[in-house]
Write a protein that binds this ligand. Structure first.
Ligand SMILES: [Zn+2]
Length: 275
């Protein structure tokens, strides 16, 4: 496979993805954010309450469009959640909370607005919508995945993207944590009926198990390449990037360098390369 994810290439970005989840695409495309940030609007059929996951960047038009989309369906935003604190997901949250009067809940207290946070294993019920909180650190230390059991779906933020692969944001993100998180999601797809990935960027993936398998294989492959590069004499992260990520868009090299630093840390921690 040459960097193509398994999944449904026809699945679009924006609009209804599952019976309970609808995507409003933010207008912030870039090499890092792909088509832009996916803001997710979730609601139980028949309920007049909605949950928004990742309001996205501070873009007034986008935030208002999310609210209008909810209103067109006869729903009011009752709660805002963040998958993690990166600005392309969280920057608009304070303004969105102002516009909707909803609380913002996140793992990292610095990104909360209101009295309540989120913790791994927590269950949320908003107008009958059953949502489970899963700690999936690695991309960042505060990364969460939200499980929507009724639709067999997971909202993965930047932990699993709809296209390509993600970065481990060293030093906050750690590769060992990330691999554990991927294995956890693998178990959910293999044993707990999770089929659909609703990612933070890129299209919906219809084969969650295939996507997570691809991510695990990709990370193992990159790690082996980094180890080989060090053995071949690469001394700095930039040297490793130039060798291992030669096939990757140079706009992504700064992110790749953080991922390489995370991989070097992992290899040292496991005694696979010298300190
Ligand atoms: Zn991120």
């Amino acid at each position: 496979m040459s960097g193509l994810l398994p999944g449904d290439p026809a699945a679009g970005i924006g609009g209804e993805a599952t019976p309970r989840a609808l995507c409003v695409l933010a207008p912030n495309p870039s090499p890092m954010t792909l088509d832009g940030t996916n803001t997710w609007l979730l609601s139980e059929p028949g309920s007049d309450l909605a949950v928004v996951i990742d309001p996205g960047p501070l873009h007034e038009g986008h935030l208002r469009r999310v609210i209008e989309t909810a209103e067109q369906q006869g729903k009011r935003v009752a709660l805002t959640l963040l998958t993690h604190g990166h600005a392309d997901h969280s920057e608009g949250a304070a303004r969105f909370a102002e516009l909707t009067g909803s609380e913002v809940r996140a793992l990292d207290p610095a990104h909360r607005l209101g009295s309540e946070g989120l913790t791994d294993g927590q269950r949320l019920d908003v107008g009958g919508l059953d949502l489970r909180v899963i700690g999936t650190p690695g991309h960042t230390s505060d990364s969460l995945t939200f499980h929507l059991p009724a639709d067999g779906a997971i909202l993965t933020g930047d932990t699993v993207l709809g296209r390509g692969t993600t970065m481990v944001a060293h030093p906050d993100g750690r590769l060992g944590d990330y691999l554990d998180s991927l294995r956890h999601l693998h178990g959910m797809a293999a044993e707990h009926g999770v089929r659909t990935v609703l990612p933070g960027h890129g299209p919906v993936l219809a084969d969650a198990l295939g996507a997570v398998d691809y991510y695990l294989a990709h990370r193992a492959g990159r790690l082996a390449q980094v180890e080989t590069a060090v053995e071949a004499g690469c001394r700095t992260a930039a040297e490793v990037v130039a060798r291992v990520y030669a096939d990757v868009d140079r706009a992504l090299w700064p992110a790749a360098e953080l991922s390489v630093l995370a991989q070097l840390q992992y290899l040292r921690d496991h005694g696979l390369i010298p300190d």
